[in-house]
Design a protein around this ligand. Structure first.
Ligand code: HEM
Length: 225
């Protein structure tokens, strides 16, 4: 018997954070492009307008990041469980998942990972989200804050090698965010329908179809034949 489960996967605070953060990061990338290449990309009128929009988006992303971290650490308490890859994820899981994305997906084989509220991410997602959320986002926030408050952060800027190093680091991390965005959006369309992974990010619920096997963690189950 085949049945369809609806799993409540993404709580509301995470969904609000995600779309606010996505909007903020896209704004930062576009305004950042104008700030870095003012002669080639004049999107927001004046240079000053691009800088103030960039700074505002930076503050919004930083505050929402702090709330995201507090939520996962103190309210949900699932940061480590969801975001830190296990030894098995690193030694076998990432390869199995990469094999799926590069080959098995195109042969119509099933995804080796089944999302549950306690194990939402496959090993590749865990590795990518860990890097983005716990390494690159904090680094881009700190380097951006140092560029916004150069005088008070003078000592820190000198310690890390001066303003040129700081600007280059901020720019390189921003480039990796742009690269992440393209891959992230492409991989997010590889569910059983192109919008299948977008729905839980919008209303919280993921629809999972099962064959013979039983699945735990369901909150609402519909049966079909
Ligand atoms: C327009 C831009 C974006 C779109 C369309 C988008 C789309 C999605 C979708 C469909 C998911 C659910 C599927 C999955 O877990 O992979 C997701 C999850 C996620 N995205 Fe994005 N995303 C965008 C931007 C971003 C950015 C800029 C970041 C980080 C800097 C980000 C970080 C995440 C994280 C950490 C999750 C997992 C959230 C959780 O359930 O805890 N996304 N995104």
């Amino acid at each position: 018997m085949k049945h369809t489960e609806h799993i409540y996967l993404t709580p509301m605070p995470v969904r609000i954070w995600h779309w606010l953060n996505a909007f903020g990061i896209v704004t930062l990338c576009i305004t950042g492009l104008q700030i870095r290449f003012p002669d080639h990309a004049n999107i927001f009128g004046t240079y000053k307008a691009a800088i103030s929009l960039h700074n505002t988006a930076g503050v919004v992303v930083s505050i929402s990041y702090a709330l995201w971290l507090l939520y996962y650490m103190l309210v949900a308490g699932t940061l480590v469980k969801l975001y830190i890859p296990t030894i098995d994820d690193i030694t076998r899981g990432v390869f199995r998942q990469a094999f799926f994305y590069f080959f098995h997906y195109f042969l119509g084989r099933p995804n080796p990972h089944h999302a549950t509220p306690d194990s939402k991410f496959n090993p590749m997602q865990k590795a990518a989200y860990l890097m983005i959320m716990l390494v690159l986002l904090p680094l881009v926030i700190v380097s951006g804050a140092a560029l916004m408050y150069i005088a008070p952060m003078r000592e820190f800027i000198l310690i890390i090698g001066g303003i040129k190093t700081l600007v280059s680091a901020h720019f390189l991390i921003a480039c990796s965010f742009c690269a992440f965005l393209f891959v992230h959006i492409y991989l997010a369309t590889l569910g059983h329908t192109p919008l299948a992974y977008f729905k839980p990010m919008w209303n919280g619920w993921e629809k999972v179809e099962h064959g013979e096997e039983e699945h735990e963690g369901a909150h609402k189950t519909e049966h079909a034949h």
